[in-house]
Design a protein around this ligand. Structure first.
Ligand SMILES: Cc1cc2nc3c(=O)[nH]c(=O)nc-3n(C[C@H](O)[C@H](O)[C@H](O)COP(=O)(O)O)c2cc1C
Length: 368
């Protein structure tokens, strides 16, 4: 590192705040002093005996070859950089940012720190598993100096703020934007987005923190078709039992088959009770199972919101509840997994009709 940035070394809280963020703004200047600002994905590693921020020259669409990027040219001309991580919330006392200054350079494959940087970036962002970042240089910012600010007051203490809160407006837009989609276009679903959504499902609350859920993914067209066929056979028997007229039965079966075969991907959330508490009396055992089902619902909502926020759509189907053994057999699921739903995932073929919601005065039935 050839030039030292001004300021003081970052505190543990400031580094934790940095780690808790997934995007930062990187400022560089060119040889003539003109500034450039870009959002970057980043990770933190120990390099040159101190914390360093690393970022990949990745496959996100660019107008020029990665070595020709303004940030790469600027770092070569002037290695002093600044990086901003921040939170915006409508409650301004919750505002916060930490600005890091440092000295940047490119680390080439094979150079010290490159392997660690690639591993750290891949651990933080599932998307990097499929990108050849190991063959490209990494931007490393060392000699870090920090400055922190919060809306809460002079102390500018970001400890306890290691997990940035998503902006309320963005959260609300995601919650209200999500919709049940029942017709999908053919565009395939990127695997990292589904993995990220299942990871988000795993962050739902659960009884005793036991996480009573597992997820099976069905993507291959042949597997979706055979699952649809197997479930349709059971459903036909059930509808016949109800005495429904054959034309209606045929129509409903055709629609159900269509949904499973045209959705590019299905996620099957399964209840997994093995790690829950065992009670001697049936009442408490039943309550334990109810809690597990409640939390499976919370996990599915996380999954749906994450998919929607990443540009995908989904539709919740309850069919496996009525033929769990058929789904278990078709998907080769272990006996201790109880398939509870089918989540069809893809890109909506058209905007669905939106359901209205109860007004607040009907939602709240008491407030003493
Ligand atoms: C437990 C559960 C089971 C559901 N099963 C089905 C289903 O089998 N088929 C279906 O079309 N929609 C199903 N849905 C979706 C609901 O119909 C949908 O969420 C509701 O109509 C509200 O619409 P929205 O999701 O677009 O807000 C299910 C939803 C839940 C929570």
């Amino acid at each position: 590192m050839d030039r030292q940035a001004s300021g003081r070394s970052p505190t543990a809280a400031e580094l934790a705040y940095l780690d808790g963020h997934r995007v930062a703004r990187l400022a560089t200047v060119d040889g003539g002093g003109a500034p450039s600002l870009v959002p970057i994905c980043f990770a933190r590693i120990d390099l040159w005996g101190a914390p360093a921020i690393v970022s990949a020259l990745d496959d996100k669409p660019k107008r020029v070859d990665s070595r020709d990027l303004a940030r790469v040219r600027n770092i070569a001309a002037s290695p002093s950089v600044a990086l901003l991580v921040d939170d915006y919330l409508e409650e301004w006392s919750e505002l916060a940012f930490v600005r890091f200054r440092g000295v940047a350079r490119l680390i080439e494959p094979g150079e010290r720190g490159h392997t660690e940087a690639v591993a750290a970036l891949r651990e933080k962002y599932a998307q990097y598993a499929a990108m050849p970042i190991a063959e490209r240089p990494i931007v490393a910012i060392g000699d870090l100096r920090a400055f922190a600010w919060t809306g809460a007051g002079q102390a500018a203490d970001v400890s306890g703020r290691t997990l940035p809160r998503p902006g309320l407006a963005a959260l609300d837009a995601t919650i209200r934007g999500r919709r049940s989609v029942r017709a999908f276009g053919p565009r395939p679903v990127p695997r990292p987005l589904v993995e990220a959504a299942i990871a988000a499902a795993g962050w739902a609350p659960s009884p005793h923190g036991r996480q009573p859920w597992r997820f099976a993914v069905v993507e291959a067209a042949s597997r979706r078709a055979s699952l649809a066929e197997a479930m349709a056979a059971t459903w036909q028997a059930q509808l016949d039992l109800d005495g429904q007229d054959p034309a209606t039965v045929a129509h409903r079966l055709r629609r159900s088959r269509e949904r499973l075969t045209t959705a590019p991907l299905l996620v099957v959330p399964c209840l997994y009770l093995e790690e829950l508490d065992v009670y001697p009396d049936p009442a408490r055992q039943e309550a334990e199972r109810t809690m597990a089902i409640q939390s499976l619902g919370a996990a599915v909502q996380n999954l749906l919101l994450n998919l929607y926020a990443s540009g995908l759509d989904a539709g919740w189907m309850c069919a496996p509840l009525f033929c769990p053994e058929v789904v278990r057999r078709e998907l080769g699921l272990a006996a201790d997994l109880d398939p509870h739903a089918l989540i069809a995932v893809g890109y909506a073929a058209k905007d669905p009709v939106r359901r209205t919601r109860l007004p607040l005065d009907r939602l709240i039935v008491g407030w003493e």
